[in-house]
Design a protein around this ligand. Structure first.
Ligand code: PLP
Length: 392
């Protein structure tokens, strides 16, 4: 057999994509499986965005672009940051990539040296720790509980920082918890980071627009504008415009770091797809009403699912601030189910006994929980909840 690199052996394939694949495979065998694993909105990409892409193809806009993205998409991104976030950037501070995932990948590759520590609040998006490992860094996860609404405190942050800390990932609203930090909470975390000027801050704002908590979206730069020279803001069109397959994400930050990230990208994927860039520009500059109708629908489903889950003995589910996930604590339920010892067993139990596929909390760094995606129809959610109740 072929001996593989130590690097690849240090990481695992994305567990969220694996659940979706497993559900599809079981369905192909004729099994009736409801998938609550999806990390993508269940809506079609809006028509005007698709039309822009089709026009791009017909116009022959099908060649390499600049590695960092087309000038006009970058202008649209700059306008978006100005308008939505009160942030001002120059084109050399923007890098367009093949999805938000590549933005974080570029960042870790461009920034980390062997042994550098990266603080990752848990529960976290599954890719952060593995990306850190791929860059020879050391993930330092900070656990949180439902009682603290899955948010780290300033004390926890201070305790996690060492002289090796190089980077911190913040993700609000969060995949998988659905929870967002308030301006006050970000101010408190920033007050700690202010004592450590060498730490770079990555704010992953991918779920910015899928938010229903009162008050508008905020990130660490709104709380601490003086961190501008050491903060990378990452966002994309995948979730807000239901464009996961188009693969467009973007990062904004200090020019020297963005340039280094661009060098990494130039030797891996080069530019993101030319056609998708036109589509992303149409998304950012066109009619935004899609976002609020999607949010309204997600909120309806959220209210239903949270209420239903809380009727099941042993499940505790808090209301989220946004995203299309809920992240119930199922540890008391696990205690009373025979042959189910942890959340991994529980997810297996649900797919086998109830035909419901979802992702256990462990890969997100929070054992004893499960992630339920509400990015599926009300019918599917109603059926799935009935099946879960029965099986539990
Ligand atoms: N960041 C977070 C928190 C996510 O949940 C995701 C997708 O699941 C991404 C980034 C990456 O999104 P994409 O690469 O599809 O643009």
């Amino acid at each position: 057999s072929i001996t593989l690199s130590n690097r690849v052996q240090s990481v695992k394939p994305s567990p969220t994509l694996a659940v979706t694949a497993r559900a599809a495979a079981m369905r192909a065998q004729g099994k009736d499986i409801i998938g609550l694993g999806a990390g993508e909105p269940d809506f079609d990409t809006p028509e005007h965005i698709k039309a822009a892409a089709i026009k791009a193809i017909n116009n022959g806009f099908t060649k390499y672009t600049a590695v960092d993205g087309t000038a006009s998409l970058k202008q649209a991104i700059i306008a978006k940051f100005n308008h939505d976030n009160g942030l001002s950037y120059q084109p050399k501070q923007i890098l367009v990539s093949c999805g938000g995932k590549q933005s974080s990948f570029n960042l870790t590759q461009a920034l980390l040296n062997p042994g550098d520590e990266v603080i990752i609040p848990a529960p976290f998006w599954v890719s952060y720790p593995d990306m850190v490992l791929l860059a020879d860094g050391v993930p330092v996860c900070i656990p949180t509980s439902q009682e603290q609404r899955f948010k780290i405190t300033a004390e926890q942050l201070r305790a996690a920082i060492t002289d090796k800390t190089r980077l911190i990932f913040l993700n609000s609203p969060s995949n998988p918890s659905g929870i967002a930090y308030s301006l006050e909470e970000l101010t408190a975390l920033g007050d700690v980071l202010a004592d450590f000027p060498n730490i770079i801050i990555a704010t992953d704002d991918m779920y910015e627009h899928i938010l229903w908590q009162p008050g508008s979206f905020v990130n660490i730069l709104n709380a601490h504008p003086e961190f501008y020279e050491r903060t990378v803001v990452m966002n994309g069109v995948s979730k807000a415009y239901s464009m996961t397959g188009w693969r467009i994400g973007y990062a904004a930050g200090p020019a020297s770091l963005i340039e280094a990230m661009c060098t990494i990208q130039s030797q891996s994927t080069s530019n993101p797809t030319s056609i998708s860039q036109v589509a992303a520009e149409a998304a950012l500059t066109g009619d935004q009403s899609f976002i609020s109708s999607m949010c309204t629908e997600f909120k309806k489903r959220h209210d239903y699912v949270v209420a239903e889950l809380n009727t099941i003995a042993g499940i505790e589910c808090i209301e989220t601030d946004g995203t299309f996930y809920v992240f119930p604590n199922v540890s008391k339920l696990i205690e009373r189910l025979d042959g189910v010892n942890d959340d991994l067993d529980f997810a297996e139990y649900l797919i086998e006994k109830a035909g419901v596929a979802l992702v256990p909390g462990s890969p997100f760094g929070s054992p004893g929980h499960i992630r339920i995606s509400i990015a599926t129809s009300m019918d599917n959610l109603t059926n799935a909840l009935q099946r879960i109740k029965q099986a539990c």
